[in-house]
Write a protein that binds this ligand. Structure first.
Ligand code: AMP
Length: 417
């Protein structure tokens, strides 16, 4: 074993898999930028209080943060998610509303590593600050949906719920507390602890012993005020108008105190049910205020890269494309020809690689093979003396030909076409 390895939950992403990661973000950027969202790149690290504002009823904030005191005595944390950073940026820079932004990048959570769960993991997301329109909820939900479709996924399901207005939600929480407290004996030990912190989160329990009690729990629907009910009806009708299939799931809650009204989650059809959430989001109010800004409604989602790529593997879509170069230069005359020819090709927009250390023809041709190139450009002493290069197609039945050095670019273009 080498002396140094990545620490638990951390990974190196190597080629060609790294190309897939980048393409994932490229596809995502195309979808959201096509809808008028601009990219925001928040720092990886913030004052820990920025994240603490997200609420203390969640493990992400209470147990899993990578935090430390820096050399200037500031208590900082690596971001465990990006919504709080985006809201902090909104308060700091006061952009015009609605502020429609997207992000992509790593987050850090000190979790127990397992398949699809790491301590550094990437998410892509959107946030819209400053608009309360229910059709915006539909737009945001549809963007996530369309992104999965664009990747080629066909077995994603969408769950939708509404948590009502803050007052509705508060009354509902009390009803849940009463329901679970009256049946404490039937509740798992973990859920009893959750109950003391946030009764809503008990609905998140995937434990079989809790299932009956959760099924018998009061439903949020009967707590909706007229405005909450109207907002949700419009969202549901909007999804219908876009032909986006979804399931109403009254137990879908976002644990954070700031979430209200619309919540949603995308699940991977091929993934194990305990880990099948590909991403999710919802409406939140109050977060911008908690960070020192004016009352501002917000909505957004965060989609995990890892589980989405696992789902892609399961559905055999979004495979790593051919990331190799188009051409490969073989030079057995010392390497100066390879040096100048690769430069010429690259300047002409033709991708190319080469061999080094003046190896034998056979060894260099092996390199050409490995590179995935379709055309080799070969220079030996004979070619050098005659002022030509040999252009050799590496796939297909075409013959190689000697072409004048001055015709290099045109000949290579022809061989590639
Ligand atoms: P959350 O921010 O917790 O709502 O998570 C949104 C999505 O991010 C989840 O559905 C996962 O796909 C992904 N995710 C969350 N935590 C992790 C993690 N530790 N490792 C990998 N993916 C994660």
């Amino acid at each position: 074993m080498p002396a140094f390895q990545t620490t638990p939950g951390m990974r190196d992403v190597l080629p060609p898999e790294s190309a897939r990661w980048r393409r994932f973000v490229d596809v995502y950027a195309e979808v959201v930028e096509g809808a008028g969202y601009g990219q925001v790149i928040p720092p990886l690290m913030e004052d820990i209080k920025v994240f603490a504002r997200v609420g203390d009823a969640t493990d992400v904030v209470t147990k899993e943060m990578y935090d430390f005191v820096d050399k200037g005595d500031r208590h900082v944390a690596l971001r465990p998610e990006q919504t709080a950073s985006v809201c902090r940026a909104f308060v700091q820079h006061r952009p015009a509303t609605p502020w429609k932004v997207w992000y992509a990048g790593p987050n850090f959570r000190y979790e127990k590593p397992q398949r699809g769960r790491y301590r550094q993991f990437d998410q892509v997301g959107v946030e819209v600050l400053g608009a309360n329109d229910p059709y915006l909820d539909v737009e945001v939900i549809a963007l996530g949906w369309d992104f999965y479709r664009r990747l080629g996924l066909r077995q994603v399901t969408l769950l939708v719920n509404s948590l009502g207005e803050p007052d509705d939600r508060a009354r509902y929480v009390e009803a849940l507390r009463a329901h679970f407290t009256a049946n404490l004996d039937a509740l798992s030990a973990d859920s009893r602890t959750t109950l003391t912190k946030n009764p809503l989160r008990v609905l998140d329990s995937k434990r079989r012993d809790d299932a009956d009690l959760i099924a018998a729990a009061p439903r949020i629907r009967s707590f909706y005020s007229d405005t909450a009910a109207a907002h949700f009806e419009t969202v549901v009708a909007g999804l219908g108008a876009l032909d986006i299939p979804f399931t109403l799931d009254p137990t879908l809650v976002r644990g954070l105190d700031y979430y209200r009204r619309t919540t949603f989650e995308y699940q991977g059809g091929t993934l194990d049910s305990a880990q099948n959430a590909l991403g999710g989001g919802g409406r939140y109010d109050g977060l911008v205020e908690a960070l020192g800004g004016p009352a501002t409604p917000g909505i957004g989602f965060a989609l995990g890269l890892d589980r989405t790529l696992i789902a892609c593997d399961d559905e055999r879509v979004f495979a790593v494309g051919d990331t190799g170069v188009e051409t490969f230069v073989v030079d057995t005359t010392g390497g100066l020809e390879a040096l100048t020819i690769t430069r010429e090709l690259r300047e002409a927009g033709i991708t190319c690689d080469r061999a080094y250390e003046n190896r034998s023809m056979k060894s260099q041709m092996k390199g050409a093979d490995r590179s995935g190139a379709r055309v080799a450009i070969i220079v030996g002493t004979d070619e050098l003396e005659r002022g030509v290069v040999t252009v050799r197609p590496l796939r297909g039945a075409d013959e190689q030909s000697a072409v004048a050095r001055t015709d290099l670019i045109d000949s290579v273009r022809k061989a590639l076409s």
